[in-house]
Design a protein around this ligand. Structure first.
Ligand SMILES: Nc1ncnc2c1ncn2[C@@H]1O[C@H](COP(=O)(O)OP(=O)(O)OP(=O)(O)O)[C@@H](O)[C@H]1O
Length: 286
């Protein structure tokens, strides 16, 4: 099956920031969470995928189509939701239907109406009267209503309450029931990604530091808590990052099972995505 997104050697620099040879593959039928600190390059990557900014190097294909040379085919089946609602305040969902039905060949009036109903969005209210969560749901309804195969969402669930987020996550899981469908979602809410993502790509200072199936990350990475003396006896190549505090030391290990076998006297526990980010963002390299 053709991959939904393939990025190879993507580079883009903005003065003192650079996306540095990003490689990323999103297989069909799956959800990839794109994580990283503020300024890590998530939005820049998404803008390059959508050909909204000019890249310096690299190739990007969407559903097998080159996103520049075959931009129209590449984007035809992509639904996009960004962190800001891009519908003008003076529009109502009914007006949005009228506009978008002229833009998208595959626009499905009935599907849009059913999404509005499911998300409890009043068709006759103006966008300016919508709350942030309602605007987000409206953007998602519009993105879904032209039958995309790929959804790209940049911080789309930021600022939403847990109930609305949960509804939207359910919608994502519904969407990928079709194995032709897939989702790339950037988010700081790692617990949401732990619920729905199949793959996690972690960008740190413009580089991919981790890109793996979520289950592999959860099953293999671990957190070691030990004394400074115990830490000094561990071979540096067995540790990814280290944090030394006045009460003891902690380290990130990339393979708990292998580590336990080699150092059976030390305790390594499973670790959350958020803690992996804290180690990589704030820990010391060994
Ligand atoms: N138009 C621009 N001109 C100059 N620098 C830019 C521009 N857009 C982004 N940058 C820089 O690129 C870097 C990456 O920004 P980007 O928006 O991709 O990060 P991000 O991972 O999405 O961050 P956040 O989580 O805060 O949204 C930052 O240092 C930012 O200042």
């Amino acid at each position: 099956m053709t991959n939904s997104i393939e990025i190879s050697g993507l580079c883009k620099s903005y003065g003192d920031f650079a996306l540095d040879h990003i490689d990323l593959t999103l297989p069909g039928g799956s959800i990839m969470g794109l994580i990283g600190e503020n300024g890590a390059g998530k939005t820049t990557t998404i803008k390059c995928i959508l050909n909204l900014i000019r890249r310096d190097a690299g190739t990007i294909t969407l559903m097998g189509y080159d996103n520049i040379a075959q931009e129209r085919q590449a984007k035809a089946e992509v639904g996009v939701v960004l962190d800001e609602c891009y519908f003008h305040d003076t529009l109502r969902p009914a007006d949005i239907h009228t506009i978008l039905s002229r833009v998208y060949q595959n626009w499905d009036k009935a599907l849009f109406a059913s999404c509005l109903k499911k998300f409890q969005l009043p068709e006759g209210k103006y966008v300016k009267e919508f709350s942030r969560g309602m605007k987000m749901k409206l953007s998602l309804a519009a993105a879904l209503a032209h039958h995309p195969k790929l959804l790209i969402l940049d911080e789309a669930t930021a600022g939403l309450d847990p109930v609305v987020r949960d509804e939207i996550l359910d919608e994502f899981l519904n969407f990928i029931q079709d194995e032709d469908h897939s989702i790339l979602i950037s988010s700081h809410i790692t617990s949401d990604l732990e619920k729905v993502a199949d793959y996690i790509t972690y960008l740190h200072q413009g580089r991919v530091v981790l890109s793996e199936a979520k289950d592999v990350i959860q099953d293999s990475y671990g957190r070691l808590a030990c004394t400074a003396q115990q830490l000094s006896a561990i071979q540096p190549e067995d540790l990814v990052r280290v944090r030394k505090g006045s009460y003891g030391c902690e380290a990130l290990v990339s393979d708990r099972a292998v580590f336990r076998k080699k150092y059976p006297q030390l305790m390594v526990e499973p670790i959350s995505l958020e803690d992996i980010m804290l180690f990589i963002g704030k820990g010391e390299q060994v």
